[in-house]
Design a protein around this ligand. Structure first.
Ligand code: SF4
Ligand code: SF4
Length: 423
């Protein structure tokens, strides 16, 4: 069986990197100017190309060829990266190389070689192994469920809230439950078997542990008989739709379940006229595309074959270029809310700048995460918006923390809370 996280699958991609920086700069046709022209947070933070995809590829290649060895600096280079995928969508615009798979696989190699992940990642993985959640919280995971939330014992749809909405941003899980109730959609949860999706374990490179979580979660879902899993978290969405099949070397289409984000459920109903908003919300807000369900939201497509002359692949590979991520659905919803003035930031959709929290950066490099969130908030200010709306609890959390720390007076919302407030 092909190992999609084996770095040896990607030496062609590392060799063929031409240093064009299409992975770093916003696509030129969309670039409004230099100020918001860079989309790679780590390159913008460190101002050094070693902390950009092409630098990481060359440094990783040097490690594979034995020209350098592991050092603390090497590990910083590999882990000071949100795995946001902006580089991947950028590189595939011209060259169809796989920088994101390279970055993920170099982390997996670091763990296999006994050098990674960073201590903070080990602590999060320990929390998940011992308590079933990334925070190490001892309370019951179902604490978000209110008396007026109707949860079925048996349904075709399972709501998977994820760690953050279960413990830290409970309002998002509560809003999701109420929205599904109002839409008349029966749903169940995984009950006392509900646990972490394993996203932090997978992104830190702990492949064996992440695979074990994947197999367990998939078995739990299958035992319910449900065929659709709905999330309110971009990371959970990506984990079930991309990381699980990628780790298990299967097409997402063959996994036997569907994954859908709440915004996909609501936008469909809104566009069919079956879900309406009765209350206005008078704010001017920018929508932030969460990396994991936007440019990384396309399902995993398994490929196995050979590369011949001129790099031609046989059979043809179906690339995930980020074009068909969940971009329009949240905008369709927000545009239907009376009084809500939705504005676009210069970096949007495939070119969106990450909130800063992903890829284990919030755990291991919190200062960098806060810097990236602050940088994004200046972009919110640049379009004279007073609020930023996302569809992932991690974005909301880091934006609100950065706004508070810098007295920026920008409020971050999750889209589920906006929908609930306007129902
Ligand atoms: S866009 Fe691709 S080829 Fe160009 S520098 Fe980045 S990784 Fe290398
Ligand atoms: S995944 Fe994001 S942070 Fe990491 S190298 Fe690519 S663009 Fe930069």
């Amino acid at each position: 069986m092909k190992d999609n996280y084996d770095i040896n699958n990607y030496t062609y991609d590392m060799d063929r990197c031409i240093g064009c920086k299409g992975c770093v700069w916003v696509d030129h046709v969309y670039m409004p100017g230099v100020r918001y022209g860079v989309k790679c947070p780590s390159n913008a933070y460190k101002l050094f190309d070693g902390y950009a995809p092409m630098g990481r590829e060359k440094i990783g290649k040097a490690l594979l060829e034995g020209r350098i060895d592991y050092t603390p600096e090497y590990l910083d280079v590999m882990y000071m990266c949100q795995l946001c995928g902006a580089c991947d969508a950028g590189c595939k615009r011209n060259l169809d190389l796989e920088p994101l798979s390279v970055l993920e696989s170099l982390r997996v190699k670091a763990v296999k070689d006994g050098k990674g992940p960073m201590p903070a990642h080990k602590k999060v993985a320990q929390n998940i192994a011992e308590k079933g959640n990334r925070y190490g919280a001892a309370e019951k995971r179902s604490g978000w469920i209110t008396k007026d939330t109707k949860i079925s014992d048996k349904a075709d749809m399972v709501y998977f809230p994820g760690c953050s909405a279960s413990y830290v941003e409970k309002g998002i899980a509560q809003a999701t439950g109420k929205i599904l109730n109002k839409a008349g959609i029966n749903f169940m949860t995984l009950g006392d078997k509900d646990t972490c999706c394993g996203h932090p374990v997978a992104t830190s490179g702990m492949l064996d542990e992440a695979k074990a979580i994947a197999r367990k979660n998939i078995d739990i879902l299958k035992a319910t008989g449900a065929t659709t899993l709905v999330t309110s978290c971009a990371e959970c969405y990506n984990t079930w739709k991309v990381i699980y099949p990628k780790m298990l070397s299967k097409n997402f289409a063959d996994m036997g379940y569907q994954v859908i984000h709440l915004v996909e459920v609501v936008s469909k109903l809104v566009n069919e006229g079956k879900f309406t908003f009765s209350k206005p919300m008078n704010i001017r807000a920018a929508y932030h595309d969460p990396c994991r369900m936007a440019r990384q939201g396309e399902p995993w497509v398994e490929w196995e074959g050979t590369r011949g002359q001129w790099g031609i692949l046989t059979p043809k590979k179906e690339y995930r270029r980020g074009t068909f991520g969940v971009y329009q659905q949240p905008r369709d919803i927000l545009n239907k809310i009376q009084g809500l003035d939705l504005v676009e930031m210069p970096r949007m959709k495939e070119n969106a700048f990450c909130c800063g929290a992903g890829g284990g950066v919030m755990d291991a490099y919190p200062d960098f995460a806060m810097w990236a969130a602050t940088e994004r908030l200046t972009e919110v200010q640049s379009v004279a918006a007073e609020a930023v709306i996302s569809a992932c609890p991690y974005c909301k959390k880091v934006f609100n923390e950065a706004s508070k720390a810098n007295n920026m007076n920008i409020k971050a919302y999750d889209i589920t809370e906006i929908i609930l407030a306007c129902m």
